[in-house]
Design a protein around this ligand. Structure first.
Ligand code: NAD
Length: 428
C-alpha cells in the first residue's frame, strides 16, 4: 500500500545505502542487495459470485534467499503496489537475519479488498495466486505467511492448492496455518508479544518500571491487539488506540485516559481490527481524529498499522514524554523522521527487529512441520522470548558500543550477515 508521493522501496533502498556506506560494502554486494533477486507480477482472473469476471493483480518478490528459503507474508489490500512489496521483501531479509534464523526475505500481495469479496471469491484468489507461481514457491524455496487482511483461512486454501498441484503433503509450504493443520500454537500472538518482549527489555535498559508507563497504539489488528494485551498484563496502561473506520473511510483514535481494558475493546472490534465507533462511545471512549494516537502524552508509542506514519510532519507532533517507539508495523518511520528521533534521543526499536516475532514463530512452525511433532504454547512462547530478547540485546550492545542509532545498529548486524552469506556462496 502506498500513500501518494511516498515510495517505500526507495525508502528501503535509502536505508540500505546509508548502512552499506557505513559498513564499507563493496559495489557488487551493494548492487546485489539493493534490488530483489527475483520478482513475479501476474493476473488472477476470477469468476465472481454474480457470474462476471474480474482480474486481480498478484505479486511475489523474493529479495534474497542467500541465508535460506525466502520468507514473508501475503497482503490483500486495494492500494497494494509492487514497490511496497519490494520494500517489504527487503525488510524481511533484514528481519530474518537480525533474529538469526536460517531464512531469506520475500513478500507477496494481491490488489483486492476482502471487505467487498465473498469467502468463495477470496478462496479463488488464494488458489489463483498459488497456481501462478507454484514452481517458484515451496518449503525449500519460498514460504508465504499471512499479513495485512490475510488469515489462517487464506493460508490453508493456499496450502491445499499447492498440495493438490504437487500431489504431496507439504505443511512447511506456508505458515500461519490453523491449529491441527500444521499451525503452531503461539503464532497468532507471536508478533504482538514479540513487540512487547522488546519493549520490556528496552524499559529495563532505560531503568523504567513498566507499571509506571502509558502507551498509545496505532491500529488494532493482529499485531496491536496482542501487543496491547501483553503490555497491560505486564502492568502498563494503554490509553489510546486508533483503527480504520470503513463506514467513514477514515481512521479514528479511541481514548480512555484511565486505561483501556483489552477484553472490552476486543469485544467491539471486528475481524479486520476495526473498532465499532458507536459501541466505543457507549463504553465511554473519547472519539478523536485518526492522527491523535501520535499526539498523546505517553511513554511509549506503538505504530502497528501502516508504513509512513511517522514522517517529517507527524514527527513534530510527538510529545516530549515519549521515550520509546516500538515499531510493530513495517516501515512506519521515514528517514527524515528518523533524524528528528535521533536528535531527540528517543529509543526506537526498529520494525524489522521489533516485529520479528511473527517470522520467528513462523520459522518454529516450519521446524515443527518438518518434525511432524508440535510443541506446547509455553514452549513456543519461551523460545520466542529467548530469540527476541537475545536479538534485541545484540542490537542494543552494538548501538551502545558504536554510539549509533538503534535502527542503524540493527541494519549493520542484518546486512553484515547477509553480505557474508552472499560472499561465502561466491555470488559476488
Ligand atoms: P491487520 O490487518 O490485522 O490490522 C491492521 C490494523 O490497522 C487494523 O486495526 C486497521 O483498522 C488499522 N488501520 C488501517 N488503516 C489505518 C489507518 N490509516 N490509521 C489507523 N489504523 C489503520 O494487520 P496486522 O497483521 O496487525 O499488521 C499491522 C502491521 O504490522 C503491518 O505493517 C504489517 O506489515 C506488520 N506486521 C504484521 C505481522 C503479523 O504477523 N501480522 C508481522 C510483522 C509485521
Amino acid at each position: 500500500m502506498s500513500v501518494e508521493g511516498f515510495n517505500p522501496f526507495k525508502m528501503a533502498q535509502q536505508q540500505f545505502d546509508a548502512v552499506a556506506e557505513k559498513l564499507g560494502l563493496d559495489q557488487a554486494t551493494r548492487d546485489l542487495l539493493r534490488y530483489p533477486d527475483r520478482e513475479y507480477q501476474f493476473n488472477i482472473p476470477i469468476r465472481m459470485d454474480d457470474g462476471t469476471y474480474r482480474v486481480f493483480r498478484g505479486f511475489r518478490v523474493q529479495h534474497s534467499d542467500a541465508r535460506g528459503p525466502a520468507k514473508g507474508g501475503i497482503r490483500f489490500h486495494p492500494q497494494e503496489t509492487i514497490d511496497t512489496v519490494r520494500a517489504l521483501a527487503m525488510w524481511m531479509t533484514w528481519k530474518t537475519a537480525v533474529v538469526d534464523i536460517p531464512l531469506g526475505g520475500g513478500k507477496g500481495g494481491v490488489v483486492c479488498d476482502p471487505h467487498h469479496l465473498s469467502l468463495r471469491e477470496q478462496e479463488l484468489i488464494c488458489r489463483g495466486w498459488v497456481r501462478q507461481i507454484v514452481r517458484n514457491l515451496g518449503p525449500l524455496q519460498d514460504v508465504p505467511a499471512p499479513d495485512v487482511m490475510t488469515t489462517s483461512q487464506h493460508m490453508i486454501w493456499m496450502l491445499d492448492e499447492y498440495e493438490k498441484i504437487t500431489g504431496i503433503k507439504a505443511p512447511g509450504f506456508i505458515t500461519g496455518k490453523p491449529l491441527g493443520l500444521g499451525g503452531s500454537l503461539g503464532r497468532t500472538e507471536a508478533t504482538g508479544y514479540g513487540v512487547m518482549y522488546t519493549v520490556r527489555e528496552a524499559l529495563k535498559f532505560l531503568g523504567i518500571d513498566i507499571k509506571n508507563t502509558t502507551a498509545s497504539f496505532q491500529g488494532f489488528g493482529n499485531v496491536s491487539q496482542y501487543a496491547l494485551d501483553l503490555y497491560t498484563q505486564m502492568g502498563g496502561k494503554a490509553i489510546a488506540v486508533s483503527s480504520w473506520d470503513p463506514k467513514e473511510q477514515r481512521a479514528i483514535t479511541f481514548r480512555k485516559k484511565d486505561g483501556i481494558n483489552f477484553k472490552e475493546l476486543i469485544s467491539i472490534t471486528n475481524k479486520f481490527g476495526e473498532i465499532d465507533k458507536s459501541k466505543a462511545q457507549e463504553l465511554g471512549f473519547e472519539i478523536l481524529p485518526g492522527s491523535a494516537w501520535i499526539e498523546q502524552e505517553v511513554d511509549i508509542l506503538v505504530p502497528a498499522a501502516l508504513e509512513n506514519q511517522i514522517n517529517k510532519d507527524t514527527v513534530q507532533l510527538i510529545k516530549p514524554t515519549v521515550k520509546i517507539i516500538a515499531e510493530g508495523a513495517n516501515g512506519p518511520t521515514t528517514p527524515e523522521a528518523d533524524e528528528v528521533l535521533k536528535e531527540r534521543k528517543i529509543h526506537v526499536i526498529p520494525d524489522f527487529l521489533c516485529n520479528a516475532g511473527g517470522v520467528t514463530c513462523s520459522y518454529f512452525e516450519q521446524v515443527q512441520c518438518n518434525m511432524n511433532y508440535y510443541w506446547t504454547k509455553e514452549e513456543v512462547l519461551t523460545k520466542l522470548d529467548q530469540k527476541m530478547t537475545s536479538a534485541y540485546h545484540s542490537v542494543l550492545e552494538l548501538a551502545n558500543n558504536k554510539g549509533v542509532y538503534m535502527r542503524d545498529a540493527a541494519y549493520m548486524i542484518a546486512i553484515s550477515r547477509v553480505a557474508e552469506a552472499v560472499k561465502l556462496r561466491g555470488w559476488v
